[in-house]
Write a protein that binds this ligand. Structure first.
Ligand code: G4P
Ligand code: NA
Ligand code: NA
Length: 194
């Protein structure tokens, strides 16, 4: 998605060989026009998938997921990270291990909002090691819902997540794929011609 790649070139800050900071439009301040364009891009890519629900993870997945939900005309659910949830029986839960923080966190979604009748599109801001997406896939499975695929804003193609998720047979649509952050420079992967 050229508009997104240009925004990354203009405003992204390479913090190290593995970390890209995009606080000016995605992770702290949000650019609503860009999010709208991102939502429309997901809607176009998944238009024929019969999606009934979008599932994301708080907090940075919510903006792109909401704009996709607006365009597709379906509700958006964000998995919660907070632990203080008491109705254990009413929840789908999954463990998400963070390689960065070296800790495991539980994410949860109420059973009220995803059922076996749903076709779910998972959306998240970053795909790195794929742990967050794995947790969301786990929740879709627990609900016996159908999975349409995964929409990612920025995939770090040099980390393992994208490969692992695609090897499970899941359709992953990343709007920008970064092949390298070396020498303080963002290099994008060549996009497959559809
Ligand atoms: P992973 O295995 O799921 O890829 O997670 P990891 O522990 O590597 O990342 C932890 C958090 O950092 C996640 O956000 C993830 O989206 C984000 N992240 C991973 N790589 C990058 C990067 O290069 N740049 C930026 N800006 N973020 C990255 P989170 O903790 O869920 O936070 P939130 O922003 O959704 O609230
Ligand atoms: Na995220
Ligand atoms: Na994030």
């Amino acid at each position: 998605m050229e508009l997104l790649k240009q925004k990354i070139r203009d405003e992204g800050k390479v913090l190290s060989d593995t970390v890209l900071k995009v606080d000016s439009f995605l992770n702290h301040q949000i650019d609503p026009k860009l999010m709208q364009a991102i939502g429309e891009e997901y809607a176009a890519r998944f238009r024929d998938s019969g999606i009934t629900k979008i599932l994301t993870l708080e907090s940075s997945g919510i903006a792109p997921a909401t704009m996709a939900g607006l365009t597709l005309g379906v509700p958006v659910i964000f998995a919660r990270k907070r632990k203080s949830l008491t109705l254990i029986n009413e929840l789908y839960s999954a463990q998400v291990y963070s390689f960065t923080k070296k800790e495991t966190n539980k994410i949860s979604v109420s059973k009220d909002y995803i059922s076996a009748n749903d076709v779910v599109l998972i959306i998240d801001d970053f795909l790195a090691n794929g742990q967050a997406v794995s947790g969301l896939l786990d929740i879709v499975e627990q609900a016996n819902a159908m999975l349409a695929g995964v929409g990612i804003v920025i995939e770090k193609g040099f980390q393992e997540g994208g490969k692992q998720i695609r090897e499970r047979g899941v359709r992953v649509e990343s709007l920008a794929i970064i092949s390298s952050l070396e020498n303080g420079e963002v290099t994008f992967a060549k996009e497959a011609v559809p």
